[in-house]
Design a protein around this ligand. Structure first.
Ligand code: PEP
Ligand code: MG
Length: 889
């Protein structure tokens, strides 16, 4: 029912059905929200009558009347979309209070202070959410918060709880004065008016800026809408036997199976979440409220078994009696997601398939996130650089320069700086700054505070509630342990222990990564690393797509193999030329005046290139290795700085002026579409011949020395016509034959092409007569299908995303409609003319989960991606196979 009732409404209804203690209430569906949005804020006919009837039933269940002065029913009006959007939309609590009903509440509860506190909270919340009374530009907080602070100062009160009933009565009066001043109308006393005001505002909050920004970030469609749940209020702040809390059925940071959470006695839910008071660990509830604790234990295990997933619970204890206010699948870190899913399979709660489908492949990134360099952190610790410890809200290690505002964090990050966002506490307005930062540090708030929840979801390192920090946002300073830090100073966060460390501490790969690379020292196996291995094994057993890597150095190949790569899908040979003395030989080759000059340079390059290929074949053993002939625009290799030009002229023995003339002759207006790819091979076939010779000689050598069977696949880039491929293929084949003849052995190999130009896709049938394989170069195919320069796209793609012209950056997520259509044609026509044709992808999209899914549906043989994305692609490929099973081919 989530689509209709929102997550909150559906789960409340489900908990009712399970017989759990839930306060009575009703839900206005997401359909109403969409109707209201389509009809300029009007409500569908009959809604008011239905709400009235539903409210009467709640009155009956509670034995209280809405607006009744002696025994008033009070309600909360809560937002709730299909998926949880924490803190993005609005909620109004304590609704139904006015100057008369507050007296009834005071009498019924026997606690006047409590009643007036509820009333002042209501006026404040209603004023903010429904009447839109917020801090104005230049003001630090809302007028309500300031009035509260003023009064506390006058009374020398440190906590809100230090204010007495008389103070709160006065505060309500002051708050109502603020409402009258800011809106020109008195605060609505009629509970029905209040109710409809709140319903309208909560529906409206679906379209507030925060919610819209969040939807963009999470790709949530605008037309889902929010539901509104109206639920009878129960109170955690009625005195010492009342309380409220938030709990998880397993640890949301590490995934450990233990009941985990926080509570506060004599408090309302917002106190726990907003981080105004620091809550107690849940285990202590056994002493504060033993009966409620026992019940809560039973409820939590029942809910986890019922939903077969880790649950996030909100509860309130009203005078010793437990009420469940909410339950939903708990947000969790990538670490926790993997561990929980795998352990639930072992506990027989879910199947392997369910476990695989539950994990967002992109979240595996977190498991591979860096940790501190152990020696450096040890040194920092013994030098007394640990300033304080907060809560370990988001695991991982981060180091960066302090920014006190989200705006600064965004700007500094854009300028290429590593940033740590430091805030007293965060709010939904800080989202973009949090997203931009390496890590987040807050002075206030618990494990369930906004900062903690959001950081965890983003996979950001976060230390929350470091109470010893004194942060002065105005002067942009922070004092801790007697030392003061300003914006731009370096700090480091250990999101796993909660430590805040002075200065920069270098980071290094995570334990999972180190274990995978065989660099784990002695010690206990890491439970997350164990779970990760199981998950990857299961992925491999379900997926049909093979996963290869894009790598051009032996150490990259080793990393990729450890992460599960099954071969190389793209070795960009030009990348091998950038290092050391090779670049000079390449420059000589490019700038040679004639074939003889070029061949002289190529003779220097041959042994270097052969050694590179040998290194790769040794690591890759008998796995396939796709090597691409030279591709890039030549200007990338040319010296620009005057001193480099002079040095090159000297080594080539030609005058500097001549070299300069040659360089400017090679200048292109649009090098990405210029003399690159196989066009280089057309002009200089000797380059292709030399590369092929180096490759086959290396393969022969490694085969002979290691007994392995190297499987070279040689690939021609940027082909637009079958003729280009035929000519290049002839060069490759004659080089191969010559090497095999001289070496007296044969290495089986494949010869294929990249499909990265629309014309190649459209004439695939003809190209496939020569090609034994196709590899989609979707970076160039996207560039050429859209006519958008890869190198200049950054300027306007953000705008296109903002305006919703592109649902996603097409260079990150494959455009199925356009680029995908070209791929479809190439697959169908290529296979028709050459049934043995093998097809893969090696553009950036090969590591993007949604694109991997598309490649599975196209029936490709493999995807190829950068080494660290290999695990993501393995899981994404398994999910794709589970979602759309098809015959193995
Ligand atoms: C491509 O175009 O998708 C590709 C893999 O090649 P490159 O990025 O090197 O142009
Ligand atoms: Mg390309």
């Amino acid at each position: 029912m989530k689509d209709l009732l929102g997550g909150k409404g559906a789960n409340l209804a489900e908990m009712c059905k399970l017989g759990l203690p839930v306060p009575p209430g009703f839900t206005l569906s997401t359909e109403v929200c969409n109707w209201v949005r389509d009809h300029g804020g009007r409500y569908p006919r009959g809604l008011r009558t239905e709400v009235k009837k539903a409210l009467e039933r709640v009155e009956g269940d509670m034995g209280r009347r809405f607006g009744n002065a002696r025994n008033p029913l009070l309600v909360s009006v809560r937002s709730g979309a299909r998926v949880s959007m924490p803190g993005m939309m609005d909620t109004v609590l304590n609704l139904g209070l006015n100057d008369r009903t507050v007296e009834g509440l005071a009498k019924r509860s026997g606690n006047g202070r409590f009643a007036w506190d509820a009333y002042r909270r209501f006026v404040q919340m209603y004023g903010d959410v429904v009447l839109g009374i917020k801090a104005r530009k230049g003001e630090h907080s809302s007028p309500f918060a300031r009035a509260l602070d003023d009064l506390k100062r006058k009374r020398a009160a440190t906590e809100d709880t230090d204010l007495d009933e008389k103070d709160l009565r006065q505060l309500v009066k002051t708050f109502k004065g603020i409402v009258l001043r800011r809106t020109g109308t008195p605060f609505p006393e009629n509970p029905n008016d209040q109710l409809w005001g709140a319903i309208g505002a909560v529906f409206g909050s679906w379209d507030n800026e925060r919610a819209i920004a969040y939807r963009r970030m999470e790709s949530i469609p605008d037309d889902w809408g929010t539901a509104v749940s109206v639920v009878a209020m129960v109170y955690g702040n009625m005195g010492a036997t009342s309380g409220t809390g938030v709990a998880f059925t397993r640890d949301p940071a590490t995934g450990e199976r233990r009941f985990y959470g926080e509570y506060l006695m004599n408090a309302q839910g917002e106190d726990v979440v907003a981080g105004i008071r620091t809550p107690q660990p849940i285990a202590k509830l056994a002493r504060s409220s033993p009966q409620a604790w026992r019940e809560l234990q039973a409820v939590q295990s029942m809910l986890e078994r019922h939903y077969r997933d880790m649950q996030d619970l909100e509860f309130t204890i009203e005078d010793g009696r437990l009420f469940m206010l909410q339950c939903r699948a708990g947000k969790r870190t990538g670490f926790a997601a993997v561990r929980i899913a795998v352990e639930m399979v072992k506990e027989r709660l879910i199947t392997r398939e369910e476990a695989l489908l539950r994990i967002d492949p992109a979240s595996l990134d977190q498991l591979l996130q860096p940790v501190f360099d152990p020696a450096a952190i040890q040194k920092a610790r013994s030098a007394g650089r640990v300033l304080t410890r907060g809560l370990n809200a988001g695991p991982g290690a981060a180091t960066g320069m302090i920014a006190f505002t989200p705006e600064r964090a965004v700007a500094q990050t854009a300028a290429g700086k590593a940033v740590i966002l430091v805030r007293i506490e965060t709010s939904p307005e800080d989202i973009s700054g949090m997203q931009a930062s390496m890590g987040i540090l807050t002075a206030r708030g618990g494990m369930t505070s906004h900062a903690a929840l959001v950081a965890r979801q983003m996979g950001k390192v976060c230390v929350a509630g470091a109470g010893e920090l004194e942060i002065d946002h105005e002067r942009r300073r922070m004092t801790v342990a007697g030392r003061t830090y300003k914006e731009g100073d370096w700090i480091s966060l250990d999101g796993t222990s909660g430590d805040v460390i002075e200065g920069k501490v270098p980071t290094r790969p995570s334990p999972v990564i180190r274990e995978l690379l065989g660099r784990r020292g002695k010690g206990r196996a890491d439970p997350v690393a164990d779970a990760y291995h199981s998950l990857m094994r299961w992925s491999d057993s379900f997926r049909r797509l093979k996963v290869r890597t894009n790598a051009d150095q032996p150490d990259q190949c080793r990393t990729a193999l450890a992460l599960g790569a099954e071969g190389i899908g793209l070795c960009r040979t030009e990348h091998m030329f950038f290092e050391g003395s090779k670049i000079d030989a390449v420059r000589e080759m490019i700038l040679a005046e004639d074939t003889a000059g070029r061949e002289a340079a190529l003779r220097k390059l041959l042994p270097l290139q052969r050694k590179d290929f040998e290194g790769i074949f040794r690591v890759m053993g008998s796995r396939p290795v796709t090597v691409r002939t030279l591709d890039p625009p030549l200007h990338e290799f040319l010296p620009q700085a005057e001193k480099d030009v002079r040095a090159l002229a000297r080594s080539m023995g030609i005058p500097t002026a001549r070299l300069r003339r040659k360089i400017s002759a090679l200048h292109e207006l649009n090098p990405m579409l210029g003399h690159r790819g196989c066009r280089l091979g057309m002009s200089f076939p000797e380059i292709t011949r030399t590369q092929a010779r180096a490759l086959f000689e290396a393969a022969c050598t490694v085969a002979r020395k290691t007994g392995k069977k190297p499987r070279p696949e040689i690939m021609i880039p940027l082909v637009a016509t079958a003729k280009e491929l035929e000519l290049q293929a002839a060069e490759v084949r004659s080089s191969a034959d010559e090497v095999f003849r001289r070496r007296g052995m044969k290495i089986p190999y494949l010869l294929g092409t990249m499909i990265e130009l629309p014309r190649a896709a459209l004439t695939a049938a003809e190209i496939a007569r020569t090609a034994e394989f196709f590899s989609f170069g979707t970076n160039d195919l996207t560039q050429t299908a859209y006519g958008i320069s890869r190198d200049d796209a950054g300027r306007f793609i953000p705008l296109y995303l903002d305006k919703g012209i592109f649902p996603r950056d097409p260079f990150a997520g494959l455009d199925e409609e356009g680029v995908g259509r070209l791929m479809e044609i190439a697959c169908a026509e290529g296979r028709a003319s050459n049934p043995a044709l093998k097809i893969g992808i090696c553009g950036e999209h090969g590591g993007d989960p949604a694109s991997v899914d598309y490649c599975h549906r196209l029936g490709l043989a493999y995807v190829s991606c950068s080494p660290y994305r290999v695990p993501i692609a393995r899981l994404a490929a398994a999910q794709a196979a589970l979602r759309s099973p098809m015959e193995k081919n």
